[in-house]
Write a protein that binds this ligand. Structure first.
Ligand SMILES: [Zn+2]
Ligand SMILES: [Zn+2]
Length: 199
């Protein structure tokens, strides 16, 4: 158990701006913030609770590492990897009114094992409210016929453009049967969106 009386620290940023949930199930599990002073991405990961408090692990991350976690690509990394690649670790104690109650700085090697996710902690789009929202947006666009149907998006097609047909020129999101791979579009938009959130 982390002792909140020792190592009380002021280093923890008080200029965090909420960007979005990465994982949500009956409450925030993993949440993305921006440190407005340092212009860095900060992740808060719920790790534990007792009768009075919730506990979170906070760490800094990069756009690149986050994109490698929040994806469906084969070379994606786990949440555990994301933490290991992170820096500036803190354990936060938050009371049941969602007020910060204590924070301690901690080295990665001192993080209690039960505060770390498993080797299998891959991103789960079904728990990501932003993914769900993005997918819904594309479903609506498809319904309204607003998704570009240019042949350059058809899987297996090779064609050249003089001028871009849309924001996703040459990206293959039209299946062989003519249906649209909405999940692929949602993932594309998300990685685009994530990179727009910083700077
Ligand atoms: Zn095109
Ligand atoms: Zn297009």
């Amino acid at each position: 158990m982390v002792d909140f009386k020792k190592n009380r620290c002021d280093e923890f940023s008080d200029s965090l701006e909420l960007l979005n949930s990465i994982s949500y199930f009956d409450g925030e599990l993993t949440t993305l913030f921006k440190d407005k002073l340092k212009n860095e991405l900060v992740v808060l990961n719920w790790v534990d609770c007792d009768d009075d408090y919730n506990y979170y692990l906070s760490f800094d991350t990069t756009q690149q590492n986050l994109s490698q976690f929040r994806t469906n690509k084969k070379d994606r990394i786990t949440l555990l990897d994301l933490i290991k690649l992170g820096s500036s670790f803190f354990i936060l104690r938050v009371n049941k009114n969602s007020d910060f109650d204590g924070v301690v700085s901690i080295d990665f090697t001192d993080i209690p094992e039960n505060y770390l996710p498993t080797d299998n902690s891959y991103y789960d789009k079904d728990l990501d409210p932003l993914f769900e929202k993005t997918l819904l947006e594309f479903m609506q666009l498809e319904e309204n016929g607003k998704i570009c149907k240019c042949a350059c998006h058809e899987k297996g097609q090779i064609m050249m453009h003089m001028v871009d047909c849309c924001n996703y020129t040459y990206i293959k999101y039209i299946n062989e049967d003519g249906s649209i791979d909405l999940e692929k579009l949602a993932f594309l938009k998300m990685s685009h969106h994530q990179s727009l959130n910083v700077h």
